[in-house]
Design a protein around this ligand. Structure first.
Ligand SMILES: [Fe+2]
Length: 306
């Protein structure tokens, strides 16, 4: 191997990765090396800038945990999360579109019965989420898992509150009718966390660090594409300037104000409340579609023999 020079370094580094066992990882690493070298050359990267970046990345890593995902936040504000999401979830017309998962999802949320209150004991405007999970033909999907999470009335998530108990997050399963009804509180728009390395980065800019009011959903059902999405409040502040590029037309929904009285869960509310109505439409998974295609082809072939 020739010794490195400024001119041949990119070629040498690319060649080094020829030795990668996995063809896919080799492709990814070679492209990454090519673009990183190109980036350093393009901006004429200075030594202290590079050291600053390494230190910044190290601090970003140290801040990250299972409850705080500073790297996901970085990916979100750079638009990479939405780009990867868009490239990987080209759902057919009619299916509910996906959006970013964001940095606040926590695994293993408690399972609650349909109609339960995920905001038990928390202050906020009562809000009911009502609708169904359906397939592309409008048929209800039984056993769909809805994993929901959101901010509290001050715009803070569980990990930011330092809560000991699961807060404003839960898992529900649909019955045969595919329907769901969940009691919660209205989430406000909020600033993304500005007390970490991503905040440090944004503070030197005029970029808005706010997100419009929304509730997160992670919906899965056997045989269907998993859907990670939000419902955004129609008319919410920041709806046109979401810092993570997450808003899509079809995910904007009215939070309808209702007078005091009977709620969607059958209780009587002494105060006005909000109702959000939305039907989630899942498309069949690629594996399911391929299976059905194989079956129909097999059926066609056998019919041909008759
Ligand atoms: Fe959020």
């Amino acid at each position: 191997m020739p010794y490195a020079t400024e001119e041949n370094l990119t070629d040498l580094a690319l060649k080094q990765w020829e030795a990668c066992h996995s063809p896919r990882l080799r492709q990814i690493m070679q492209s990454l090396v090519k673009h990183l070298h190109g980036f350093a050359r393009d901006v004429d990267l200075k030594q202290d800038e590079w050291l600053m970046a390494v230190d910044w990345l190290a601090r970003t890593g140290k801040l990250s945990s299972e409850k705080r995902q500073e790297f996901i936040l970085l990916s979100d504000v750079l638009g990479i999360s939405m780009l990867v999401d868009a490239m990987n979830h080209r759902f057919p017309e009619g299916a509910t579109p996906s959006t970013v998962i964001g940095p606040f999802h926590i695994d293993d949320s408690p399972e609650l019965p349909m109609g339960a209150n995920v905001a038990e004991g928390l202050a906020g405007e009562p809000c009911f989420l009502v609708g169904s999970v359906r397939d592309m033909d409008g048929k209800p999907i039984e056993g769909a898992k809805l994993d929901i999470w959101q901010a509290d009335a001050d715009g803070l998530y569980e990990s930011q509150l330092g809560a000991e108990e699961p807060t404003l997050r839960a898992v529900f399963h649909t019955g045969a009718d595919g329907k769901y009804v969940i009691r919660t509180i209205a989430p406000p728009g909020y600033s993304i966390p500005m007390d970490g390395t991503v905040g440090d980065l944004l503070r030197g800019t005029d970029i808005s660090h706010f997100r419009p009011a929304h509730i997160h959903f992670f919906i899965s059902a056997p045989g269907y594409e998993t859907l990670i999405t939000h419902l955004f409040k129609k008319g919410a502040k920041y709806i046109d300037s979401d810092v993570v590029f997450g808003v899509k037309d079809k995910l904007i929904v009215e939070f309808k104000k209702q007078p005091a009285g009977k709620t969607p869960t059958g209780q009587i509310s002494s105060e006005p409340f909000l109702v959000v109505t939305y039907d989630f439409v899942l498309s069949k998974s690629a594996a399911q579609k391929n299976g059905e295609l194989a079956l129909s082809e097999a059926g066609g072939a056998s019919r041909g023999k008759l």
